[in-house]
Design a protein around this ligand. Structure first.
Ligand code: AMP
Length: 289
């Protein structure tokens, strides 16, 4: 799966990208992170980007396109990726289209996180306070003055991408003002609707998955008899429900049985061990006396 997260600074792109990484096992490609790493390492790209980033401007297109192109070629990106903070200009979007075409890769979706701009400043302030609390280094561009500049550059240079991807029928807009997990769920629903992810990517424990599978199979079986179902719809529905319930019950019983069996076995072994060890020790101690 290959997706783009679009949204102004502070809209939660980074947070959502990390959650999506955990859920789908794909990588997050954040140009901001890569540039910050380059600045910290003092590479030629870092030296070029340092001042621009500190002032809230945009690093030249060719620099970020080059970074992304190299990163997409890495083996860990083969399974899919989330682009966070890239593209940021129409030029970058066109370059991305070209390089994906060249690499025979398809973009699945562009998710726009729409937020209330007045809330962004307080969000960034909260983020900075939390980072300080954790003793983490705060970004030099996370100040109200630089944020204002970053927002201005988002509006003038990045917002046109909404039109760009909407024209290409790639854009999905999600309310980024909802709670974090609600936004994640909304993104997941959208990806499901687009067919970008399999329904089975729902986080579910193995124990719960088994009965659900059986219930599904039972429902499917019941649904396979359309003639009967048409004649006696209520009975057929009842049968399906009953079968599903029984399947769930059966699976639950099986799990209980296995757990009971395992507990019994452990207890038996413990008793055996105790009865073997117990008298021996006592005998030895008694013998010593
Ligand atoms: P971010 O972490 O995405 O907020 O990015 C931090 C800074 O890195 C931005 O304010 C820009 O200066 C620079 N940057 C990140 N991604 C890009 C990009 N795609 N194009 C140009 N500059 C970028």
């Amino acid at each position: 799966m290959r997706i783009i997260l679009l949204g102004p600074p502070g809209s939660g792109k980074g947070t959502q990208a990390q959650l999506l990484v955990q859920r789908y096992g794909i990588v997050q490609l954040s140009t901001g992170e890569m540039l910050r790493a380059a600045v910290a390492a003092g590479t030629p790209v870092g030296l070029k980007a340092k001042e621009i980033m500190a002032g809230g401007g945009l690093v030249p297109d060719d620099v970020v396109v080059g970074i992304i192109s190299d990163r997409i070629d890495q083996p860990d990106a083969r399974n899919g990726f989330i682009l966070d903070g890239f593209p940021r200009t129409v030029g970058q979007a066109e370059a991305l289209d070209e390089l994906l075409k060249h690499k025979h890769l398809k973009l699945d979706a562009v998710i726009e996180l729409r937020v209330n701009e007045s809330a962004l400043l307080s969000r960034v302030e909260t983020r900075v306070a939390q980072m300080r609390e954790r003793g983490e280094e705060v970004r030099v561009d996370d100040t109200p003055e630089v944020l204002t500049k970053r927002l201005a550059s988002y509006r003038s240079q990045t917002e046109p991408l909404i039109h760009y991807y909407s024209e290409r029928r790639k854009l999905s807009t999600i309310d980024g003002m909802m709670a974090i997990d609600e936004v994640t769920r909304a993104i997941h629903r959208q990806l499901l609707a687009l067919g970008a992810v399999e329904p089975k990517t729902h986080a579910r424990s193995a124990a719960k998955a088994a009965p659900a599978k059986k219930a599904k199979a039972a429902k499917k079986k019941a649904a396979k008899k359309p003639a009967k179902a048409a004649k006696r719809p209520s009975k057929s529905t009842k049968t399906a429900k009953k079968a599903a319930k029984q399947a769930v019950k059966g699976a639950k019983k099986a799990v209980k049985k296995t757990v009971k069996k395992a507990a019994k076995k452990t207890a038996k072994t413990a008793v055996k061990k105790a009865s073997k060890k117990g008298p021996k020790k006592v005998t030895k101690k008694r013998a010593k006396r």
